[in-house]
Design a protein around this ligand. Structure first.
Ligand SMILES: Nc1nc2c(ncn2[C@@H]2O[C@H](COP(=O)(O)OP(=O)(O)OP(=O)(O)O)[C@@H](O)[C@H]2O)c(=O)[nH]1
Length: 337
């Protein structure tokens, strides 16, 4: 391979992560570490920042060479939902990054966020890999002591929706208190990885903790600048962490399948998958279809033929086995479903 050949991720999905966490929990601090880690690995990263106010001060704290889009004056999950789509698409098309980090406002509802981000998968090859929630140990503890309330409820939702939980401000609590917080996190979200992140510093390289990030390593290293041909399975990058119990699963079908198989697949989805959407091509119909599945009802609409996005199926749920569902999805195309 030629030494100055650059990586080509043309056909690879851009991986998207949402950084969630209550106001002041340490999201920007973590984002700075993520950007540093991405740079060290030669990944091209971009950032989308959402601030509830009219100015974005956090953006000032980030490296100037990182493409960044800002959404001000509202929260992604409600008032600026459509703008999020446009900004994400623009970032994706203009910069073709390997990874996009979205820093959400501290008050964002995680499920609404997932819904908004996955909507963009209908227009560009982009894959939401999950929510990373930063939890302020001190603040959560104080809220737990106060008992039920709106803020505690939101913190709990952000924790429940996460694939990775980063515990910040452990320096502001005692050792026993930190353990109390960890136990609470495990109770609310038993499938998430939990890591201490004091001022954004984690014991293990933060990048390796991201669900699915090894995929970026694999694609980059395969075309690495020095021409080294690395193992596409990523075996030389340490053992990838398994996040089988995911909340979002994005699948790109390798070809069309029968509408009957697909309808059966939707009917047989486990109750833990409460939202699905995508674009599919059937062997037995002329048009491509955009489908929406919510509250176990599905809806199909023909897609304009000019939509350049590839076929895609996105599943969103509480906690489901990705490998099991992925197997069923692959089976759709082979008729073994
Ligand atoms: N003591 C302590 N302070 C921290 C830690 N992590 C972050 N901070 C500080 O907490 C403050 C808020 O951190 P940010 O990273 O800006 O938090 P954020 O979640 O982006 O804040 P918003 O965007 O306002 O929601 C900053 O002053 C950080 O330096 C930590 O682990 N311990």
């Amino acid at each position: 391979m030629c030494a100055n050949q650059t990586k080509d991720n043309g056909d690879q999905p851009i991986l998207v992560y949402v950084l969630s966490g209550y106001l002041g929990s340490g999201k920007t601090t973590v984002l700075q570490k993520l950007l540093k880690g991405a740079k060290a690995r030669g990944w091209k990263a971009a950032v989308l920042m959402n601030e509830a106010g009219d100015v974005n001060l956090d953006g000032e704290l980030l490296a100037k060479d990182v493409p960044m889009a800002e959404l001000l004056g509202g929260c992604i999950c409600c008032s600026v939902k459509n703008d999020l789509g446009l900004s994400l698409l623009q970032l994706a098309r203009e910069h073709r990054p390997d990874v996009i980090w979205i820093e959400s406002t501290g008050v964002a509802q995680p499920l609404e966020m997932m819904d908004a981000v996955t909507e963009v998968s209908m227009y560009a090859k982009l894959e939401l890999r999950g929510l990373i929630t930063v939890v302020d140990a001190r603040h959560l503890l104080d809220r737990l002591r106060l008992g039920a309330g709106k803020t505690l409820r939101l913190m709990r939702e952000q924790i429940r929706g996460a694939a990775l939980l980063l515990l910040s401000k452990t320096d502001l609590v005692g050792r026993g208190e930190a353990e109390e917080v960890r136990a609470q996190l495990r109770e609310w979200n038993p499938s998430a990885a939990i890591e201490d992140a004091l001022k954004g510093e984690t014991g293990t390289d933060l990048i390796t903790l991201l669900p699915g990030a090894v995929d970026i390593d694999v694609r980059n290293h395969y075309h690495d600048r020095h021409g080294h041909n690395h193992d596409r399975q990523g075996h030389d990058h340490g053992a990838p962490r398994l996040h089988d119990h995911v909340h979002v699963l994005t699948h790109y079908p390798s070809g069309p399948f029968s509408s009957e198989n697909f309808e059966r697949f939707l009917r047989e989805l486990p109750a833990s998958v409460y939202r699905a959407k995508g674009i599919v091509t059937f062997t037995d119909t002329a048009a491509r279809y955009l489908f929406q599945f919510a509250y176990r009802e599905s809806d199909f609409m023909p897609v304009a033929s000019r939509n350049p996005a590839p076929d895609v199926i996105v599943l969103i749920g509480e906690d489901f086995s990705a490998s099991d569902l992925r197997e069923r999805l692959v089976g759709l195309g082979t008729g073994t479903d």
